[in-house]
Design a protein around this ligand. Structure first.
Ligand code: NAD
Ligand code: MG
Length: 390
């Protein structure tokens, strides 16, 4: 039996992971599940999967979790330290699917115990990519990508030499507003931004798909994970979302990964790696689909991609600035304080404002320093949000 844990079990990725595990439950010994506000779901899954431990990130809700687990032998815990303890429990495979920079510390802890970390939490690579990779190497831990584009690149690279790679192309659906007149974006509502044309995901990543901040983060994620240069990474708008990524080699050949847009493919690939198992995803009928379209993203609609390139060029811990500014701007949009296009303005403004802290940003990358940068960048971004909100 393989020991597995799921950090962020109640979210979209977490629930898809649980779906795969429940289909073959006898093969797994579930150690820990973590969540935040959805206590009922967390308790229900922890009992159904007979987990040893359930943890809510919200320290104030320990009693509620205990009540929900009454009658079972699942242990309950709450708060940030409990989250780290859950990540430290011995497991062969741990899914990192907390949303946001909050996923960094638990993921780092898991790596220190030499586990295989299935990484959906792209924010940790954006904020602290080199630290994560270094920690994994030092503790003989393995990181497997779960973001669909990065799983696709990883699969296309099997048996290949990374030195023969010329370019990596990741695709973007273009999100909710890909066909809107650019001038209408100023009036885009939260309701409109959080409905994705192609699939269901968490609220935050869905809005990040509409701004293309999700893709911007993924460009940085690609650079960190595969250690290629920013110039080698390209983005294409591909409304059908069936080609997830392409890898171009120096002989002119390209390997494309094609598959249905169902995260259980990438999650399942990481769960069964290095083998492939049957997965409950649709099989594509390409003749019925008929055509696949690609186009270049335009800067006026999606400035996020340019901002990611600026962040990569600035180097050091600018990724943590980029992510913190993006998360704060997103909070501002969700709260109704700023308009949709202003999210990019806030990130641009924060990158500029934070250049005054170049000493700290260029300092050694440690969890503490990343947290300091994150904190300052959130403060700067929040000030920019409040200034615009009036
Ligand atoms: P989600 O919002 O649906 O779920 C997030 C999970 O994190 C929940 O379990 C929630 O309880 C937990 N959480 C939230 N705030 C927390 C905090 N402060 N501390 C601890 N736990 C907290 O998000 P999601 O869509 O499942 O995305 C999870 C991660 O996977 C993100 O990094 C996202 O970018 C990435 N990802 C998601 C998809 C997708 O299809 N949903 C695809 C690729 C990558
Ligand atoms: Mg993705």
């Amino acid at each position: 039996m393989r020991k597995v844990s799921i950090l962020g079990a109640t979210g979209s990725i977490g629930q898809n992971t649980i779906d795969l595990i429940r289909r073959n439950q006898d093969a797994y010994d579930v150690v820990a599940l973590t969540g935040a506000s959805n206590i009922a779901q967390l308790a229900k899954d922890a009992m159904a999967l007979r987990a040893d431990l359930a943890v809510t990130a919200d320290a104030a809700r320990l009693d509620e979790l205990r009540d929900a687990l009454r009658g079972s032998d699942v242990e309950a815990a709450a708060g940030e330290t409990a989250l780290i303890d859950a990540a430290a429990r011995p497991a062969d495979w741990i899914m990192s699917a907390i949303v946001g920079a909050a996923g960094l510390a638990p993921g780092m802890e898991a790596l220190k115990h030499g586990t295989t970390l299935a990484l959906a939490n792209k924010e940790s690579l954006v904020c602290a990519g080199s630290l994560l990779l270094k920690t994994a190497a030092a503790h003989k831990a393995t990181i497997l990508p779960v973001d669909s584009e990065h799983s696709a690149i990883f699969q296309a690279l099997q048996g290949e030499d990374i030195r023969t790679v010329e370019r990596i192309i990741i695709t973007a659906s273009g999100g909710a507003f890909r066909d809107w007149p650019v001038e209408d974006l100023a009036h885009a509502t939260l309701e409109q931004a959080q409905s994705h044309p192609n699939w269901d995901m968490g609220q935050r990543i869905t809005i990040d798909s509409a701004t293309l901040f999700n893709k911007a983060m993924e460009v940085i994620e690609t650079r960190e994970f595969f250690q290629v240069t920013p110039e080698q990474i390209e983005v294409l708008i591909h409304p059908q979302s069936l080609v997830h990524a392409l890898v171009g080699f120096r002989d002119g050949g390209m390997m494309a990964h094609v598959g249905p847009h169902d995260m259980r493919h990438a999650i399942g690939y990481a769960l069964h790696h290095p083998t492939r198992a049957d997965l409950p995803v649709d099989r594509l009928d390409l003749a019925a689909i008929g055509r696949l379209e690609f186009r270049d993203p335009d800067d006026a609609r999606w400035p996020a991609l340019r901002l990611a390139r600026e962040a990569m060029a600035a180097g050091g811990m600018t990724g943590a600035v980029f992510n913190a500014a993006k998360e704060t701007a997103l909070d501002g949009f969700i709260a109704g304080a700023i308009a949709f296009p202003e999210m990019a303005d806030i990130v641009a403004q924060t990158l500029t404002d934070m250049s005054g802290h170049s000493g700290l940003i260029g300092d050694t990358m440690t969890l503490d320093n990343v947290a300091k940068v994150d904190h300052l960048a959130r403060k700067a971004a929040q000030a920019a949000v409040e200034k615009r909100a009036g």
